[in-house]
Write a protein that binds this ligand. Structure first.
Ligand code: MRU
Length: 319
């Protein structure tokens, strides 16, 4: 399993995801500023991995004697949509032993990924191996464990329930073509990269049995923020009766955000899209809960109505 985040005792080491798949380069961060920079420029990315990195980054700041508020502001302002970032910072900055809290976030994520993978794999048809489509990268590189959406796909593949994976290239930064393809190749899972606009054709020809994606924030009503291009996938999937499954740890569920309308959408530097024309570079979109067939977390499979099944007290889960 690829491990993108390492704590050495003195420093945070990050596998630089901007350089993959061409080169495996490790960054050594000894200050929270270096961690903030790595998060901002996507050297470490994916909601859970961002949370883990921010947790260790906070430890570096506190060790240096920085005020918790200043550390929270520095790291918390790096990326607005992934709620795991704020969640992890609150846990570490409020802890009696910040390093133990950061290490627990990391370990809990590994356990959550493994549990989600097992729950999600149960959704796959027992009879016929499926052709799955995924968007962006929600694998080990994005979570620090075995992956959320890709963890489910890999587990289902191990059980003989996945024939092939369509990998959306994921414009503009190619997390699918560069990172998901890299992980699937390492795991020996048959796959092909397609342009993001291919989903309509693939589904209309009956070539997709299931869409499985990750999430950056899930509102209390089940609306899902994920990489830009996820919402149109859900629309096309609904048009063709293809199940649309979201996989995320419960730390991605934000019960304080009632609906997707309240989720802040990150807008990145237009230069990532083009240098010779005015551009708007939205990094995420929101898929309405009504288009989501199931949300898989480490606690089980959540179904609509999500207001009820996502709440902490609910026992209404398929496990
Ligand atoms: O901009 P990124 O690469 O951080 O966006 C990542 C995604 O959208 C992932 O699907 C999401 O964070 C879930 S990762 C398990």
């Amino acid at each position: 399993v690829i491990r993108p985040v390492r704590w050495t005792g003195e420093a945070l080491e990050l596998l630089d995801q901007t350089r993959l798949p061409a080169e495996e380069v490790w960054l050594r961060c000894t200050t929270p500023e270096e961690v903030a920079d790595a998060i901002r420029r996507l050297a470490v990315r994916g909601a859970p991995a961002i949370g883990i990195a921010a947790g260790y980054g906070a430890v570096l700041g506190l060790r240096r004697g920085d005020a918790p508020e200043a550390v929270g502001e520095l790291l918390g302002s790096t990326r607005p949509t992934a709620v795991n970032l704020r969640w992890a910072l609150d846990r570490v900055l409020g802890a009696a032993d910040p390093l133990a809290a950061a290490e627990a976030i990391h370990a809990d994520q590994e356990a959550a990924d493994a549990a989600s993978a097992a729950h999600g794999a149960e959704l796959f048809a027992a009879a016929d191996a499926e052709r799955v489509l995924t968007h962006c990268n929600a694998g080990a590189l994005a979570t620090g464990g075995c992956g959320s959406a890709l963890g489910v796909v890999l587990e289902a593949h191990r059980r003989g329930r996945v024939e092939h994976v369509w990998v959306d290239e994921t414009r503009p930064l190619l997390q699918g073509a560069r990172l998901t393809a890299y992980e699937l190749q390492a795991a020996g899972v048959p796959h092909r990269v397609v342009t993001d606009s291919s989903a309509g054709l693939l589904m209309s020809r009956g070539l997709v049995d299931r869409v499985v994606v990750g999430a950056d924030r899930i509102a209390a009503n089940g609306d899902v923020a994920n990489k830009i291009g996820t919402y149109p996938l859900a629309v096309v999937a609904a048009r063709h009766g293809v199940p649309f499954v979201v996989v995320a740890p419960s730390s991605t569920i934000d019960l304080a955000t009632p609906t997707g309308d309240a989720i802040p959408i990150e807008e990145r530097d237009p230069a990532e899209v083009t240098t010779d024309a005015p551009a708007a570079n939205f990094a995420f979109d929101v898929t309405p809960a009504e288009l989501v067939s199931a949300i898989v977390t480490e606690r089980g499979v959540h179904r609509a109505p999500y207001e009820r099944s996502l709440s902490w007290t609910s026992a209404a889960l398929e496990t």
